[in-house]
Design a protein around this ligand. Structure first.
Ligand SMILES: CC(C)(COP(=O)(O)OP(=O)(O)OC[C@H]1O[C@@H](n2cnc3c(N)ncnc32)[C@H](O)[C@@H]1OP(=O)(O)O)[C@@H](O)C(=O)NCCC(=O)NCCS
Length: 263
């Protein structure tokens, strides 16, 4: 197994989050590719794990100034993923040291460019990206917002702990219509899929629904709202990780539309 930087051959599996077999990921569209183009010039680091020519793991991090947290001279891991779906794609490759190898290669890389530490996030729950995994790798808790735990590992004595940037505003309603507000950064295909489903569903209601999209990969937009990836229907948050089905999202909109005064 080798840990590599992104190349022409590993780009397609990376853009599909190693799930080129997945219809859900196809639905995410080209948002991650557009995000990658932008972030390449903003310090993005990607490592992939390759075994016998197959891409089996990925990790991506950005300077913390480009992330959902605030801090100084740190990098922030958005996502680490070792393919774990049995019987699909490259199968289950977890628990064999791949995650650990990708993390240390990334740490080494950002140390050499002068970062004072690494931050990451995980859930305080036993699924998806678990905070407990990073703890086992020597990370400690810096902050917590709901179930999202911000962890970090300083490389220098004078490194300062990061903090989450919290939600600052909630989108408002619109007279005579259902407001569908989507916030999307682009780094995560799961969230890109949910937002794409919401966009398609809102379009089926014509002028009864208004879809408003905020591209939170632009820092001022993110800082204005304190929201990175989120969906609201008439100001009410809809959970998007894992992404709800298209039908579920459309039904939530329809319910609100049925409550609008008829014209
Ligand atoms: C977390 C993850 C990256 C770890 O990669 P991995 O290759 O399976 O892990 P490794 O084999 O390198 O494990 C390293 C260590 O972590 C431990 N470990 C594995 N899973 C763990 C868990 N869930 N909690 C705590 N420790 C765990 C291993 O026992 C091992 O311990 P050691 O250091 O004492 O040897 C991988 O399991 C994964 O991708 N999980 C899903 C994450 C996810 O949902 N990402 C978002 C995708 S959108």
């Amino acid at each position: 197994m080798q840990i590599e930087n992104l190349s022409d051959s590993t780009l397609p599996p990376y853009l599909a989050c190693l799930e080129e077999w997945s219809d859900d990921i196809r639905e995410a569209g080209g948002r991650k590719a557009a995000w990658l183009e932008k972030m390449k010039n903003r310090g993005l680091k990607v490592k992939v794990a390759v075994e016998d020519g197959e891409t089996v793991g990925m990790i991506q991090a950005v300077p913390i100034e480009q992330s959902q947290a605030e801090g100084k001279n740190l990098y922030f891991i958005h996502c680490i993923w070792v393919h774990g779906h049995k019987g699909k794609g490259v199968g289950d490759r977890r628990g064999r040291g791949i995650g650990k190898a990708m993390l240390s290669a990334l740490e080494e890389d950002v140390r050499t460019i002068g970062a004072k530490g690494m931050a990451a996030w995980g859930l305080a729950l036993p699924f998806w990206m678990r905070a407990s995994w990073f703890r086992k790798q020597g990370y400690r808790k810096a902050d917590r917002d709901g179930m999202a735990v911000l962890v970090w590992k300083p490389f220098a004595e004078d490194a300062e702990a990061p903090r989450w940037i919290r939600r600052k505003k909630t989108p408002g309603r619109i007279d005579g219509k259902v407001a569908v507000d989507a916030f999307v950064n682009g780094w995560c295909n799961v969230q890109n899929t949910a937002i794409e489903r919401a966009r398609r569903a809102a379009a089926t209601f014509g002028d009864r629904a208004e879809f408003r999209l905020v591209d939170t990969s632009e820092r001022p937009a993110f800082l204005e709202w304190g929201l990175s990836d989120a969906l609201f229907i008439d100001g009410k948050p809809v959970r998007i990780g894992p992404p709800p089905s298209y039908e579920k999202i459309r039904r939530a909109m329809e319910k609100r539309i049925n409550k609008l005064p008829r014209h």
